[in-house]
Design a binder for this molecule. Sequence first.
Ligand code: FMN
Length: 213
Amino acid sequence: MSDTAPIEHPTWLTGGDFTEADEPVRLFAAWFAEAKRAEPVNPDAMALATVGSDGLPNVRMVLLKGFDARGFVFYTNVDSVKGHELTDAPKAALTFYWKALQRQVRARGTVEPVTKEEADAYFASRSRMAQIGAWSSRQSSPLESRMAFEKAIAANTAKFGISTVPRPPFWSGYRVMPVEIEFWQERLYRLHDRIAFTRPDLQAPWTKTRLYP
Ligand SMILES: Cc1cc2nc3c(=O)[nH]c(=O)nc-3n(C[C@H](O)[C@H](O)[C@H](O)COP(=O)(O)O)c2cc1C
């Protein structure tokens, strides 16, 4: 097929005309539900960009553990590099890429910690090994050897015995509260669809804009 052939947009590629959506929350929920069906590994993985104290952007993957009209929630060690960056500059950008659907979603916004109750509930839902791992990892700090980490895990396993593992005080979650969410769908010949929803602040209604690809 040459680049001058008539452009066709089969529904398997476009997944319906999402550009008709008039607000981003339901559209994200629909795309995320489709991604969970289509992506075999980590459909909830998102790149989280923060701002370092030196002004350099920093980015790493985290997992989306909650989403609603308030924003995107992930969990981490609050004493990690990202935790300190978010304390100093509580702003972030996120990118999801769902290869199987040829879709990208980007979001930017301010960040606040989740409540103690939310963090407790999510921590309690994790596997016991992951809970002990959280106690044993001084995330982003230098680690002299794998053995030192395994010793910390063994010590915490013995310490907690068969009792409930409480949430570590240095482990919690953050909510990225978006003022921008952009949806990108790959289309034939790189004539992609992009729809951006923006609002000047978290209380304002969303404005929708179609962007050139
Ligand atoms: C697919 C994937 C998912 C991840 N999910 C998380 C997560 O939910 N929370 C987390 O703290 N780190 C997660 N990580 C590890 C982070 O990318 C990162 O290595 C770690 O959080 C330390 O980042 P920092 O030094 O910038 O704080 C994940 C890594 C990958 C590749």
